[in-house]
Design a protein around this ligand. Structure first.
Ligand code: KIV
Length: 265
């Protein structure tokens, strides 16, 4: 059975944690589905992990649509959310509505995620009224990296924590079905999670959220740089891949790949 936003809300009510991962292509979407992950995000983090960029700022609606199509061809059960990329929803409500409709109609996804608090309330309302499930995103919002002066923990001061809680409540009232909390102190994430009836999904926000999300490449240990403090690699596929590539190159160079059994006769 395909996951719905009602299932995700029921999971929160019943105290069942939600697992969410990003995916950007068919191969990994298939594997993520096979593992029983409830939510897939076509994150604008594709700018970093697929395109090699240093921020998510340049990612376009076309990029998200392309990767959404790749993912949607490969999975049926997870609820699939795609990011509205930077610049596609900040200028006007119409821009945001049109971009979201494109992600759903052309990309085939089930819902959209947008970054920001109070300023995203009118669009969240308009989208939900138009039938688009909206996931909010508070705390460290990477699309605003330059405004935030870097990738740093948010909501540490009392006033910022209160503002974040207020933002979360406003998004919930506006119709958001869930909210990602990125890089906020554990106690604040726990407070927000308790205060809301919609599920919170944490990343760098401690264990008290209703669910967790990781960038797939981080989850699999595929990065070459030291990961952020909150990232636990659940495999070391990066090292495994390098070893496999070296073994392949060695056998090609020595003429032992392919062998007779791997050749047509
Ligand atoms: O783009 C992304 O992958 C995200 C997650 C890290 C939440 O927004």
């Amino acid at each position: 059975m395909a996951m719905t936003i009602a299932d995700l809300k029921r999971m929160k009510t019943q105290g069942e944690r939600i697992s969410m991962l990003t995916a950007y292509d068919a191969t990994f979407a298939r594997l993520v589905e096979a593992a029983g992950i409830e939510v897939i995000l076509i994150g604008d983090s594709l700018g970093n992990v697929m395109q090699g960029r240093s921020t998510t700022v340049p990612v376009t609606v076309e990029d998200i649509i392309y990767h959404s199509r790749c993912v949607m061809r490969a999975c049926q059960r997870p609820f699939v959310v795609a990011d509205l990329p930077f610049g596609s929803y900040q200028a006007s409500l119409e821009d945001g509505l049109r971009a979201a409709f494109r992600l759903m109609k052309e990309g085939g996804v089930h819902g959209v995620k947008l970054e920001g608090g109070e300023r995203c309330v009118p669009l969240t309302q308009a989208l939900t009224q138009a039938g688009v499930p909206v996931m909010g995103h508070l705390g460290l919002t990477p699309q605003s990296v330059h405004q935030l002066s870097g990738y740093r923990v948010q909501g540490k001061e009392a006033q910022a924590a209160e503002a974040l809680l207020q933002d979360a409540q406003s998004l919930q009232e506006a119709g958001a079905f869930s909210i990602v909390l990125e890089c906020v102190p554990r106690q604040l994430a726990a407070r927000v999670t308790q205060a809301l009836h919609i599920p919170t999904i944490g990343i760098g926000a401690g264990p008290d959220c209703d669910g967790q999300v990781l960038v797939l490449q981080d989850c699999l240990g595929m990065g070459l740089e030291k990961p952020a403090k909150f990232v636990r690699p659940f495999a070391m596929l990066g090292e495994t891949a390098i070893e496999a590539f070296k073994a392949y190159a060695h056998e090609v160079r020595s003429g032992t790949y392919p062998n007779d059994g791997e050749s047509y006769h």
